[in-house]
Design a protein around this ligand. Structure first.
Ligand code: KG4
Length: 340
């Protein structure tokens, strides 16, 4: 039996290849966290096949929601609002979660709260650190996005820097595939680089000096050139050394720009968010920077770094208490932007 003043949010996530549902209390406490991952299925194709992802979401969505309610030991009656990711993501995939959420709201009269997936990633930190409050900076690094966000309040987000081309995650995933590590590239690249020599391969420096924006397409091309030149010489690259050097280079760019943002704003509280924040090279770079620049770091638990619905329920809670309500015309927005 929940306290009457508690706010329970059912979160639903289906933006890419994870179908997920979760019940979260007061934006901070996870009562259930159910994830049906399709990663093993898409591995055979070397990446997510959008149409197949949508179909698999259709099969998984209601069982996930039922399990989330059951695990939390609540019924739909106990839920205050349904929060759902409506972007960014794959349109067909997003539509499945969104349609399920709208269906539940239409049937029960519960409020619908649309959530930006990236806001969800940031909120994963509230689930892990009960004492964490805005304002802070968040480096948000997921598969398709790389942004430095100034979190002014629970719902007011300001973009200080973003990638002008590829996301860091994309740059890692693509090169992982080229060096034969397969999909999903990020975790495999991380593993392959363990014990590798981080100075074995040199990459061109990042030229984005007078901005907090990022660019990763150049370093990706640089990596492809190194691989191709080795092939032409009939030499094999050392996968472990290459993975270590490449990730160290990307981690340094991400970390340097975040430190620059910290210096520019005077904010020393730094959170990481998104799938790539699980990366051990990135965490090491931040650990070192925190000592040098006296930063207070927050890393979400690994399970909450990648896609899940608990983070959506948490973001939904903060939006809900801030007054956000969406009507049933809410549509999937594949390129939804974060903040201002
Ligand atoms: O946040 P996420 O689960 O999905 C999006 O919202 O995009 O992020 C997925 C990304 C993929 O690019 C995946 O390869 C990457 O996170 N990733 C990692 C690691 N674990 C997941 N990248 C580097 N190192 C990891 N350990």
């Amino acid at each position: 039996m929940e306290n009457k003043k508690d706010v329970l949010i059912l979160g639903i996530e289906s933006s890419c290849d994870e179908t997920a549902a979760s019940v979260v209390k007061n934006g901070r406490e996870i009562l259930s966290d159910v994830i049906a991952s399709q990663a093993d299925f898409h591995e055979q194709y070397g990446g997510v096949v959008p149409e197949l992802a949508s179909r698999m979401h259709v099969d998984a969505i209601y069982p996930c929601i039922e399990s989330a309610l059951k695990e939390a030991n609540v019924t739909l009656d106990d839920i205050d609002a349904v929060a759902v990711t409506y972007g960014p993501g794959l349109v067909g995939a997003l539509l499945v979660g969104l349609s399920a959420a709208k269906g539940l709201c239409a049937a029960t009269g519960k409020p619908l709260v649309g959530v930006n997936h990236l806001h969800g990633h940031i909120c994963a930190n509230y689930l892990c650190f009960p004492e964490l409050e805005p304002e802070f900076l968040c480096l948000c690094v997921s598969g398709g996005n790389t942004q430095i966000v100034k979190v002014n309040s629970y719902t007011e987000l300001e973009i200080l820097g973003k990638t002008r081309d590829d996301a860091a995650g994309e740059a890692i995933d693509k090169i992982a595939r080229v060096i034969g590590l397969g999909y999903p590239g990020g975790p495999k690249m991380d593993k392959a680089g363990q014990g590798g020599d981080v100075n074995a391969y040199e990459f061109a420096v990042n030229h984005m000096k007078d901005t907090l924006d990022f660019s990763f397409s150049g370093i990706k091309t640089n990596a492809l050139n190194i691989i191709n030149q080795s092939k032409q010489k009939g030499e094999e690259i050392n996968v472990s050394d290459f993975a270590a050097s490449y990730q160290k280079h990307i981690a340094k760019i991400l970390c340097d720009h975040t430190v620059k943002a910290s210096e520019a704003t005077g904010i020393k509280k730094i959170c990481l968010a998104g799938g790539v924040s699980a990366n051990s090279f990135l965490r090491k770079a931040f650990d070192e920077a925190s000592l040098k620049h006296d930063l207070k770091l927050y890393y979400p638990k690994l399970r909450l770094c990648t896609d899940n619905a608990a983070m959506i329920a948490s973001a939904g809670y903060f939006e809900y208490i801030n007054g956000r309500r969406d009507d049933l015309a809410l549509n999937a927005t594949p390129s939804l932007k974060l903040g201002r």
